[in-house]
Design a protein around this ligand. Structure first.
Ligand SMILES: Nc1nc2c(ncn2[C@@H]2O[C@H](COP(=O)(O)OP(=O)(O)OP(=O)(O)O)[C@@H](O)[C@H]2O)c(=O)[nH]1
Ligand SMILES: [Mg+2]
Length: 367
């Protein structure tokens, strides 16, 4: 299962957010830095309103949503790449995840200690990024030095690797994450093998005060983080109040909605965060539906029908014949499979078909 790591300075609300996202109290959240040492891991289902609609249409007995893993990682501080504050050990936990959710403190509170004393989200992001970049620089430099003997001996692969490193080093030296380096697809494939911390897709979670949640889009700290995410990472920021979200855990859905309405908020931010991470990981959902169950299956963007079938069972991929496909929007608009078939929206697709997010699929296979 693909995973997202929750990363940030100490005491910014990472464990609080982890508990909210996983709807548990598994992670200890407390008002002191380095409360978390060992990572907390939890599986999170991806909210998808399409599932209940399909389940109703098919009279399904159960619904199975998609899932991803969240990992709550210890706080990083300045100097982590050089081993400060258990730095190297924490960095290795980040290395194992597929994407990063960087939690940035945007809430003012005299009670909650901030390791740098003041609220300045962009400074905080730069502290974290500097450590990740420095760790990558050290790893690349070491790899570069190690490769030179093979390069001199005429190894083609060593030369290709070394050339990619030569491109990455000045980029990282300028403080930029590896993910924004201009590399060709071939170079990217080589760079993937370096397992760099800054090559992981990253989004930023602005942890705002509960009083600011309703009007967060205009909050200057949030604007600054959004701007930074766009210009430095080509990515986005989501707004969340970890504190409120963690208080919703014990409420029923109706109670939670009422509580949020009182705060002037439409929807809990956790659902939006989970969906954003799912997309950030390059994941897409196709659906199956029947009397037994309605289910979301996770594929990667660009996967073809046989690979998508293989997610259900390897036999489905090996014996793949065809896929009967109708898009969710068409199926719901028309109201039934029979109508979808009549109107030609239910098609038979072959092995080169690229499965789309929201396709409702039935596979034909032979084993
Ligand atoms: N007022 C307020 N307090 C918060 C918010 N989010 C977290 N806190 C508090 O901040 C403190 C630190 O929260 P944690 O979730 O433990 O922070 P962390 O980032 O996991 O900290 P480390 O594991 O030490 O790196 C706790 O006392 C939380 O209750 C928030 O949105 N508003
Ligand atoms: Mg923590």
């Amino acid at each position: 299962m693909l995973s997202a790591g929750i990363v940030g300075l100490p005491n910014v609300g990472k464990s609080t957010l982890f508990n909210a996202v996983t709807r548990t109290r598994k992670a200890q959240a407390a008002n002191y830095p380095f409360c978390t040492i060992d990572p907390n891991v939890g599986v999170v289902t991806v909210p998808d309103s399409r599932l209940d609609v399909l389940a109703k249409l098919s009279h399904s007995q159960k619904v199975v949503p998609a899932a991803i893993e969240f990992v709550d990682i210890a706080g990083l501080v300045k100097g982590a790449s050089a081993g400060e504050g258990l730095g190297n050990q924490f960095l290795s936990h980040i290395r194992e995840v597929n994407a990063i959710v960087q939690v940035v403190r945007c809430f003012e509170s005299g009670d909650i200690h901030h390791v740098s004393g003041t609220i300045d989200p962009v400074r905080d992001i730069e502290v974290i990024n500097t450590e990740l970049v420095l760790a990558d620089l050290a790893a690349l430099q070491k790899r570069h030095d190690r490769l030179q003997k093979e390069v001199r001996a005429g190894s083609k692969t060593a030369r290709a690797e070394s050339a990619v490193i030569d491109k990455l080093l000045p980029h990282l030296d300028a403080g930029k994450p590896a993910i924004t380096a201009a590399l060709t697809d071939d170079e990217k494939a080589i760079a993937r093998e370096f397992f760099l911390l800054t090559s992981k897709p990253t989004i930023f979670a602005c942890n705002v005060a509960e009083s600011e949640l309703a009007n967060a889009a205009n909050q200057p700290h949030v604007r600054a983080v959004e701007d930074y995410a766009r210009t430095h990472f080509g990515s986005e920021a989501v707004v969340i109040s970890a504190q409120i979200e963690s208080e919703l855990i014990d409420l029923t859905a109706a109670e939670a909605n009422e509580y949020l309405r009182d705060l002037g908020v439409q929807e809990s931010g956790v659902g939006a965060l989970i969906r954003a991470v799912y997309h950030l990981l390059g994941l897409r959902t196709y659906l199956t539906t029947g009397e037994k169950e309605t289910r979301a299956w996770t594929i990667r963007e660009g996967d073809k029908a046989p690979a998508a079938a293989g997610v259900i069972h390897t036999d489905f991929e090996r014996g793949f014949i065809a896929a009967e496909v109708v898009h969710y929007d068409d199926l719901v608009a028309l109201g039934s499979f029979a109508k979808a078939r009549e109107s030609g929206k239910l098609r038979i697709e072959g092995k080169d078909y690229v499965v789309k997010d929201g396709d409702v699929v039935e596979f034909r296979f032979n084993v």
